[in-house]
Design a protein around this ligand. Sequence first.
Ligand code: GS8
Length: 218
Amino acid sequence: MAESVHILSTWNSLFGHRVQIALAEKGVEFEYTQEDLSNKSPLLLQSNPVHKKIPVLIHNGRPICESLIIVEYIDEVWTDRSPLLPKDPYQRANARFWVDYVDKKLYPGWVGILWSTGEAREAAKKEFIECLKVLEGELKDKPFFGGDTFGFVDIALITFSGWFSVYKIDGYFNVEEECPTLMRWVKRCGERESVSKMLPDASKLYDFMVSTRKKLET
Ligand code: GS8
């Protein structure tokens, strides 16, 4: 029986992009369904009945939820190419620590920049930049977070990078000035087809941010 690999996501989901990049790194073809989160499909509700969120990976009819869990699953299923997590237990734990940091500390800043106004937005921006600097400190002079090869932490973080361009276009702040080493890493990751093909254009994200913020202001 042919293998079936299906993603439920949205074009602008940085969580969904993680799954798309991981599959592209493994060279796995997939079917993609764009969800309308204001009118979730029966397939999404049935596949993720607890959180009712995208992304969901449906592999041979069985759903897996939560982007980081999905990326680990992908790495465990397609073991014969492009390992994403390190083999060494200590290094694996370390990679999991940093992806957890991205979701617990960086993501709330991103949400605040998109959805809040005034002082709250400024506080979110400050938090976001502080987290990026911590991550830059962890990257140091390595090409990728895990060392020489692109992996789990790179996948978890690179999906935020389209938004760095959005903040620059918007004149809100310039990540390159705050974190030049991290921006060199962004460029390095962008040279990979898995990343450049799966991440949306900054101009499309920018239009999305402008329309979201317009709604907030009315
Ligand atoms: C977050 C998924 C999420 O927030 C993960 O997969 O890593 N921890 C989860 N999904 C959002 C869209 S974010 O682009 C979602 O599905 N929201 C719909 C809703 O909350 O109703």
